[in-house]
Design a protein around this ligand. Structure first.
Ligand code: SIN
Length: 475
């Protein structure tokens, strides 16, 4: 049994009163405490007290602790995956992949902890030397989403700890159990009291408390653009570092020289992973007219092979949506598209399993004015929009306020470079849907956010530069 209390200053506390539902069955899978601003301040105080020792520790000792945490996560990967499926709904195979993905950040930053190098800069005077140090920023607040309840925790917490920062973490109210389990393993790995604190409860009150607390020096948030903007405003008074990984509306472009079968495989992976509940999900499928019909047929054939059901059942590829509100949004986008002339080519209904299950759906005849193109659906709808020229595809792809990920399929090398350069996004997949890994900088432009997570760039979010000039050296 995993801990279901909150972790503050090394103590597990709070009465578990808030029920967590299994989105597939509606059954209660656990309870967590309902804490608020008072406990948020206590957690920040604990992290502040722990900062001096943690940041003063040798980098190789921090690295060893992270490595032990990584080992424990891998030892418990089946149990963690089962917990993740129970609280979030994704199929067990995807949950296992997420646990491995989560662990990969801990492993990567265990190594990176030892490679936080400063600089010496050629001096402006012969009797002076210029040094640049990288120092941990201090206490970091991490607020994580429900769609990746494990990986988004480690993608923030591991680089922060590696940098020498201490952390206060609030997981999403829908999926706090994975975060608490990961924290339990961190404690077992030997993380000192106060270094990582996790609290659940009143999301708005906890978030506001950390934004206003002067001891908290940075905020890292993954979630909706709307909430990201609110948190950014709340951080203004204490001038915190903010890292935001917000919504997307990813274009997926198929040019007429693409390998159409590969593009259809890629579209299924980019669209239907996690039932379409991924910030980098393909949200708009632009297909050049010459290959349009062939691509749509190939897509429908592959979507027909997806299997909807309880994520614990063998062979299921599509779990439930997270809650009733998510289903309503899918239905609204679908109804709006159909009303304005789109045609449903497969799916388009609540799944016979009922509750939050929805059929994977392909729509054609979609146009850019429809809600399904203007907003992120976060669900299993694949809208196909036909285009004729490269310029038109780029104009349509870039016509939204967000810019997280973009994908395209095509073989003309000149066009590959031109389109990759001109897409207004932070991440581009060329002839592949697989963007996510621990080594690359994940993040967006425009209203998709600020900063990067993952890779050597990800640790910079938790470091401050300090410039030191040594004067009076003679010479
Ligand atoms: C996200 O939805 O923001 C995370 C997706 C990923 O890391 O692959």
């Amino acid at each position: 049994m995993w801990k279901t209390q909150c972790l503050i200053d090394g103590a597990w506390l709070g009465e578990p009163v808030d029920a967590i539902d299994d989105p597939a069955t509606g059954e209660i899978v656990g309870h967590v405490p309902r804490l608020g601003a008072v406990e948020a301040f206590a957690a920040a105080a604990a992290a502040d007290r722990a900062f001096r020792d943690w940041s003063g520790m040798l980098a190789k000792d921090r690295s060893r602790l992270l490595r032990s945490w990584f080992d424990l996560i891998l030892q418990q990967r089946q149990e963690l995956a089962a917990l993740l499926t129970a609280e979030q709904g994704k199929p067990l195979a995807e949950a296992l992949a997420e646990i491995d993905y989560a662990a990969s950040f801990v492993e990567y930053y265990a190594d990176e902890a030892r490679r936080v190098y400063g600089e010496t800069i050629p001096s402006h005077r012969t009797d002076a030397r210029i040094l640049v140090w990288k120092q941990p920023i201090g206490v970091c607040a991490a607020i994580t989403p429900w769609n990746f309840p494990a990986a988004m925790v480690t993608r923030k917490v591991a680089p922060a700890l590696a940098a020498g920062c201490t952390v206060v973490l609030k997981p999403a109210p829908e999926t706090p159990l994975s975060a608490l389990a990961l924290a339990e393993l961190a404690v077992r790995a030997g993380l000192p009291a106060g270094t990582l604190n996790v609290i659940t409860g009143d999301a708005a009150a906890i978030g506001r408390a950390w934004c206003e607390d002067v001891r908290v020096r940075s905020l890292s948030f993954t979630g909706s653009t709307e909430v990201g903007k609110l948190l950014m405003r709340q951080c203004a008074d204490t001038v915190k570092r903010v890292s935001l990984e917000l919504g997307g509306n990813a274009p997926f472009i198929v040019f007429d020289d693409a390998d159409v079968a590969a593009a259809a495989d890629g579209a299924v992976a980019a669209k239907f992973r996690n039932m379409g509940q991924t910030c980098i999900c393909a949200n708009r499928l632009f297909v050049q007219e010459r290959v349009h019909d062939e691509f749509v047929a190939a897509l429908i054939e592959r979507v027909g092979r997806l299997r909807v059901g309880d994520g614990r059942e063998a062979g299921v590829t599509q779990g439930p949506l997270i809650n009733a509100a998510a289903v309503t949004k899918v239905e609204e986008h679908l109804a709006d598209a159909v009303k304005h002339g789109a045609r449903i080519r497969c799916g388009g209904q609540h799944h016979p399993l009922g509750r939050t299950f929805f059929e994977p759906t392909v729509l054609e005849g979609v146009t850019p004015e429809m809600r399904i193109c203007r907003e992120e659906t976060f669900g299993p709808l694949a809208p196909v929009i036909m285009f004729s020229s490269e310029e038109e595809a780029l104009t349509l792809a870039n016509s939204v306020s967000t810019g997280l990920a973009g994908y395209f399929y095509g073989r003309d090398i000149g066009r590959v470079i031109r389109v990759a350069e001109r897409l207004q996004v932070g991440m581009v997949g060329v002839n592949t849907p697989a963007l996510s890994n621990e080594a690359a900088p994940f993040g967006g432009v425009k209203e998709s956010g600020l900063g990067r997570e993952g890779g050597r760039h990800g640790i910079e979010e938790f470091l401050e530069l300090k410039y030191v000039v040594l004067g009076g050296l003679g010479g």
